[in-house]
Design a protein around this ligand. Structure first.
Ligand SMILES: *Cc1c(COP(=O)(O)O)cnc(C)c1O
Length: 490
């Protein structure tokens, strides 16, 4: 972009300073320049004026601050300020929900939207998003139906449960199950399982929000089944077992199994709730993931009244909370007034139904659910990392690129303590720190989100889709060129 250079000067003190302040273009003039550069069609007048005002104010502050020392170059030309405002507008345009490439090696990255969905689920969403879908209409009978009905049959088949329902997320599932079964009563929970999941989900707060009273038993490291039995009284509403998904207590430990809790529950006629968190659907699937996650099928078989888990963790579906269990208890959950506030829409329902269809065939799930695909053999990743590294090494401005063994994580509050073997390309760009490199990669289209380690940027192949590798190369090329330009331009 060409612009007049007459305002460019070394910041100076005294008279020169006030002269420069006078030379600053007005907000209106600067906004006019941005309109000329075609920004009005992209962001609208209000945003342009704001950007112009910020650019003028920033430059004014710079002149005032640098004045006495005369340090730094001030550019009060209209073109120079417009360039600065334009760069800011470009940055602001990044604040959208656009696709990014996840090179962090954290598979179910909550900050990056957790599980990517299977193609079948994406197609289901695409088909109904812009049209109508029989969310509460039974096409067979022509009668009004319940929206969850669309997925209940699959959930029953997959987990062996009598009944099922779906809500907004697993936090909602927990709150609703506690509210429906133990409102105003005590919920007994082990002191070793008072978890906090990222994003301010704290078990004690959720139980309180649900209107129940938390009754802690046992100690941090040891809770026995008898602790639960001893705590039961006339105020008891439910027994709750929670999967300690993001931490582990090691050493001198004891916990009550779901089987033991079910037995106690049956003896005292108290319902047993099981929050299995990341939630593999079946025993087989639970075994397939590192560290062996608890699964819904086993919990149902053990006799838990209600078992609940997230839809967007290991299941690889849309964000939702899935509740499976005994008909009578599920019916109580569905009748609760909160159910209406926590229900899912047609998009999530459609995506979940399609995801469950994929899970009906274990081999197909292993092939098609991205979260499962990412548990691919580490040797495949080594080969991909080597090929990518070769391409990156050829880029001008890439100072160093090397293949490294790395540790990926399942993430998503599921199994952080447990790592998955992986391979990464470690990268250093000439003239850039690790954080500057991360930033430039993030700002590409699509952005590449990477970890940093000891001056290098790590691109972990475990969470990068194979068909995104060419885009990673392009992103690195652009980032490297940016720093080369900066070095050249001083
Ligand atoms: C992740 C998790 C939750 C929260 O689930 P969301 O779907 O994120 O609401 C609750 N409990 C456990 C044990 C979890 O792992």
């Amino acid at each position: 972009m060409k612009h007049e250079n007459n305002g460019k000067d070394v910041c100076a003190g005294g008279d020169a300073r006030s002269e420069m302040l006078r030379a600053l273009p007005s907000v209106d003039a600067l906004a006019g320049e941005l309109v000329e550069r075609g920004w009005e069609k992209r962001v609208g007048r209000g945003v342009i004026v704001d950007a112009a005002r910020k650019a003028v104010e920033a430059e004014r502050a710079r002149i005032v601050q640098n004045g006495a020392g005369g340090a730094g170059v001030c550019d009060v030309s209209r073109g120079g300020l417009a360039d600065a405002a334009e760069a800011a507008l470009d940055r602001a345009a990044l604040r959208k929900l656009v696709r990014v490439i996840n090179a962090t090696g954290i598979l179910l990255h909550t900050g990056l939207g957790r599980a990517p969905m299977a193609d079948a689920a994406v197609r289901a969403v695409t088909e109904i998003a812009g049209r109508y879908a029989p969310v509460e209409l039974d096409l067979v009978s022509g009668k009004r139906g319940r929206r969850e009905q669309l997925v209940v049959e699959s959930l029953r088949r997959l987990t062996g449960a009598e009944s099922a329902t779906v809500v907004n997320n697993n936090a909602a599932a927990l709150m609703l199950c506690v509210a429906a079964l133990a409102d105003g009563r005590e919920v007994i929970v082990s002191r070793g399982e008072l978890v906090e999941i990222g994003g301010s989900f704290r078990l004690p707060s959720v139980i309180e929000a649900a209107g129940a009273v938390m009754r802690e038993v046992g100690t941090t490291n040891r809770t026995r089944a008898s602790d639960f039995a001893d705590a039961i009284n006339e105020k008891t509403g439910a027994i709750l077992k929670v999967h300690a998904s993001n931490y582990r207590i090691e050493g001198f430990t004891a916990e009550a199994s779901i089987e033991e809790l079910v037995e106690i529950g049956e003896q005292h006629d108290v319902p047993v709730l099981h929050d299995i968190g990341s939630g593999a659907l079946t025993r087989r699937m639970g075994r397939a993931v590192p560290g062996e996650e608890p699964d819904a099928e086993s919990s149902v078989r053990a006799g838990a009244d209600l078992t609940f888990f997230s839809g967007d963790k290991l299941l690889g579906g849309p964000q939702c909370g899935i509740v499976v269990g005994k008909s009578q208890q599920v019916a109580r959950v569905m009748k609760h007034p909160l159910m209406r506030a926590l229900r899912v829409d047609k998009l999530r329902l459609g995506a979940l139904a399609a995801t469950l269809d994929v899970h009906m065939d274990h081999e197909r799930a292993m092939r098609e659910i991205p979260a499962m695909l990412m548990l691919a053999p580490v040797e495949d990743l080594r080969a991909r990392a080597e090929a990518l590294c070769a391409k990156l090494s050829e880029i001008q401005g890439v100072e160093l690129a090397e293949v490294r063994a790395s540790e990926a994580h399942v993430g998503g509050g599921s199994t952080p303590a447990r790592v998955v073997e992986s391979f990464a390309v470690a990268l250093r760009l000439a003239g850039a720190s690790e954080s500057e490199s991360q930033e430039q990669l993030r700002w590409q289209k699509p952005g590449v989100i990477a970890r940093a380690n000891e001056g290098m940027v790590l691109l972990d192949l475990r969470s990068v889709f194979a068909d995104e590798e060419a885009e990673v190369v392009e992103a690195v090329r652009h980032a490297a060129a940016h720093f080369a330009g900066r070095r050249g331009g001083g």
